[in-house]
Design a protein around this ligand. Structure first.
Ligand code: AMP
Length: 547
């Protein structure tokens, strides 16, 4: 017997219709590429995304055709989120920080038909457009009078001219909720990048889940600043969850430096901000020497890489901002776990609570997780046993676009497929996950594993260290030993010996790095994560002291 509830597909267009009707006057504020501040409302997003849909129809784009963006976080990008997916096409957000060759490869692989770009990426588009065989229209996200005259890009039009003449009426089509809605290529440190292809259903379920109080906890009372880019896993779903909740959204555009982000937080009374640790580091570095304080910011979700304890301490204790440490990945839309305390933790000391916040948190309903040993045997949730982390759920990929890389899932005894995250983790009895490493970054010393994240966290807790990356280096007896590459804060001094001494008492003796390498900079990838492969290349030929 089937239930007798209405059969209504979960579609992205319903989010923008809801936002228009229920909080149409909710504000959307954007710092534009031009540098000025633009403001309008959810009702305006809805109206203009219908114009986008009409413009796509007039280009004769078919259902599921791909429309790409090379764009910062801003209102026009948001209109494309809704106009493209809502009308049944697939939004392909491209990471502009990738190498131009890789961007061309991705655009060809996705078979993008239209590519919309912010003017700051004009040189990039000039470099790649001739190689993008499937793109038949290039659109600059700007006013008609800002369109560059001699761009060299055939048929280039401005976004405003493109949608300007279109009707603001559009009947959003209804279709199978499992239809593709958007796609994002993984950073792909090895081999070609692979794309996660999200569906309307997965996006809506993720948006519901993300809005829950113990997840992102967004509400109509929030002013939300997604510093996480809309070109990487849909800015952690905030453009969708904000429409669902009616939060005010503040887009930072291209200005991600500490000063600009701080000023935007204050000017727009931001209560909630989301970003990766590298961006928050820039913000804190700007604020501390100037003695600046937050007047409205209450919570920040930090993820994408491990949030160091020093950062948790600074936000929580120095600025009174609650840190929500989150873990996820492109293949997971991206949210997997989020760290919020349970009732029984509320009586604990601030230090004990911060120690919990260091973990990546508890699984969101919808995400099943387990850790397994090298034979695939499930490991206990005791906070000590660590193993490969596998996940399954309705917003996690079952395969990559065009079946690239084959079937990624690992079947269990019941034949259910689990996605191997490539992360190594522990899970404690309360269900808190802690990532110890990427499986390929784990350091194996004398048969025991050393967490490179732990080693890095200790280094950046030293006042003279701005950034740290730990890698394993060959050792004839122990297989590998940890060494830590560090960048000093401007004007700060610390010696190799002082830093090694700093580890004493903070980690087991055998886990203390054998060496400290002072470097000018640590290579960072397109999504703000440390590129250990590149660091290993840079340190090729390096030998441990005494060998
Ligand atoms: P991406 O798909 O590019 O977003 O990268 C996903 C990967 O980033 C995960 O598999 C983890 O290795 C890493 N990651 C994401 N969030 C965290 C976190 N909070 N702590 C540690 N690693 C993280």
């Amino acid at each position: 017997m089937l239930g007798l509830m209405q059969d209504q597909p979960l579609l992205i267009s319903s989010l923008i219709e809801f936002a228009e009707r229920h909080h149409g006057d909710g504000e959307i504020v954007s710092r534009r590429v031009e540098g000025d501040i633009h403001r309008y409302s959810w009702a305006d997003v809805a109206r203009r995304s219908r114009q986008v849909a009409n413009a796509l129809d007039s280009e004769n784009l078919l259902f599921s055709d791909r429309v790409a963006t090379l764009a910062w976080n801003g209102y026009r990008h948001l209109e494309l989120y809704y106009g493209v997916s809502g009308s049944g096409r697939v939004l392909h957000t491209i990471n502009p920080r990738l190498h131009p060759e890789q961007i061309a490869w991705i655009a060809n692989h996705a078979e993008d038909q239209i590519l919309c770009f912010d003017l700051s990426f004009l040189p990039l588009v000039q470099a790649v457009h001739a190689k993008c065989a499937t793109v038949k229209k290039w659109i600059a996200l700007c006013d008609a009078d800002k369109l560059p005259a001699d761009s060299g890009i055939p048929g280039l039009v401005s976004y405003e001219a493109w949608i300007g003449g279109q009707s603001t009426d559009y009947a959003w089509p209804s279709f199978d909720e499992n239809s593709a809605s958007s796609m994002c290529y993984t950073s792909g440190t090895t081999g070609n990048p692979k794309a996660a292809l999200y569906s309307h259903r997965s996006t809506i379920l993720h948006a519901y889940a993300a809005a829950l109080p113990d997840v992102m906890g967004l509400s109509a009372r929030d002013s939300v600043l997604p510093v996480v880019p809309m070109f990487h896993v849909n800015a952690w779903g905030i453009p969708y969850s904000a429409a669902l909740t009616g939060a005010k959204v503040v887009f930072p555009g291209p200005a991600l430096d500490g000063k600009s982000v701080y000023e935007l937080i204050e000017a727009e009374k931001v209560t909630y901000a989301a970003g990766v640790p590298t961006v928050w580091q820039m913000l804190l570095t700007h604020m501390k020497p100037a003695g600046l304080r937050f007047s409205t910011l209450k919570r920040t979700v930090i993820g994408g890489s491990a949030c160091p304890p020093a950062m948790i301490h600074a936000f929580q204790q120095d600025y009174g901002v609650e840190v929500l440490h989150a873990w996820g990945m492109t293949e997971m839309s991206p949210l997997g776990t989020l760290c919020t305390l349970k009732n029984k933790h509320l009586e604990m000391s601030a230090e004990a609570q911060d120690a919990i916040r260091l973990k990546q948190g508890r699984a969101i309903f919808g995400v099943d997780m387990k850790i397994v040993d090298s034979d695939g045997k499930e490991l206990p949730w005791d906070g000590k046993a660590y193993g490969d982390l596998l996940v399954k759920g309705p917003w996690i990929v079952k395969e990559y676009f065009k079946a690239e890389g084959g079937d990624p899932l690992v079947p269990d005894a019941q034949g259910r497929g689990w996605f191997p995250t490539g992360d190594v983790a522990t899970i404690d009895a309360d269900g808190f996950l802690q990532i110890t490493d990427r499986s390929k970054d784990v350091i194996k010393s004398g048969g025991e594993w050393i967490s490179s994240i732990d080693i890095e966290n200790i280094a950046v807790a030293h006042p003279a260290i701005a950034m740290a990356a730990c890698i394993g280096v060959f050792h004839p007896k122990w297989d590998e030993r940890p060494v830590v590459a560090v960048v000093k804060r401007p004007g700060a001094e610390v010696t190799r010996e002082e830093l090694i001494k700093f580890y004493e008492g903070k980690t087991a003796k055998w886990q203390i790095p054998d060496d400290v390498i002072f470097v000018e900079a640590i290579p960072i990838g397109a999504t703000g994560k440390i590129l250990k492969t590149k660091l290993r290349e840079q340190l090729k030929g390096y030998k441990l002291p005494g060998l």
